[in-house]
Design a binder for this molecule. Sequence first.
Ligand SMILES: CC(C)(COP(=O)(O)OP(=O)(O)OC[C@H]1O[C@@H](n2cnc3c(N)ncnc32)[C@H](O)[C@@H]1OP(=O)(O)O)[C@@H](O)C(=O)NCCC(=O)NCCS
Length: 164
Amino acid sequence: MTVVRRLLPDDAEEYRSLRLEALHRHPEAFGSSHAEESTRPLSSFAERIAGGYIAGGFVDGQLDATAGLLVPIQAKSRHKGLLWGVYVRGNRRGSGLADAVMTALLAHAVEHVEQIHLSVAATNKRAIGLYERLGFEAYGMEPRALKVDGIYIDELLMVKFMDR
Ligand SMILES: CC(C)(COP(=O)(O)OP(=O)(O)OC[C@H]1O[C@@H](n2cnc3c(N)ncnc32)[C@H](O)[C@@H]1OP(=O)(O)O)[C@@H](O)C(=O)NCCC(=O)NCCS
């Protein structure tokens, strides 16, 4: 059975485990690194959950997918949400779980922001396909956005306007 809901601080242990798997397996897909996050205490993951919005996709009680929304606190920027931490565990890909967590996130976002921005590795066709399907459009490219083990990664910048 699949359940999609907002993560709560009590989910911190399971969230940390999935997050560290994501950073370990896909270093090119995330701005954070496994080396940095694996040293953080469990409490910092609970604080991250409490301080923002993370949609979690649970299959048979196990957390298998996440998508996070960050809303800036500055008055001039808080109409723009930032999508981060989109991940589906390997054996759950292509099952609709990515759409399920993203749909939950978008339902939350429409109440809080006017647009959502994201950056995605320009070569990550699967993620770009997901975002395009959900109405995100590319508006630019950040060259050398990340440097992973000496390799530069360009990132496509995408936006979704909630009123379109
Ligand atoms: C990016 C990511 C979240 C996308 O999730 P996904 O499950 O792989 O992707 P999709 O939901 O688009 O599904 C992929 C395929 O399954 C199909 N699919 C989706 N839902 C389906 C369903 N309910 N039933 C059958 N097929 C389905 C899609 O149509 C798609 O097919 P296509 O590639 O032929 O078009 C996932 O691949 C991932 O975690 N990757 C590693 C981390 C990463 O890159 N994160 C993004 C950082 S910006």
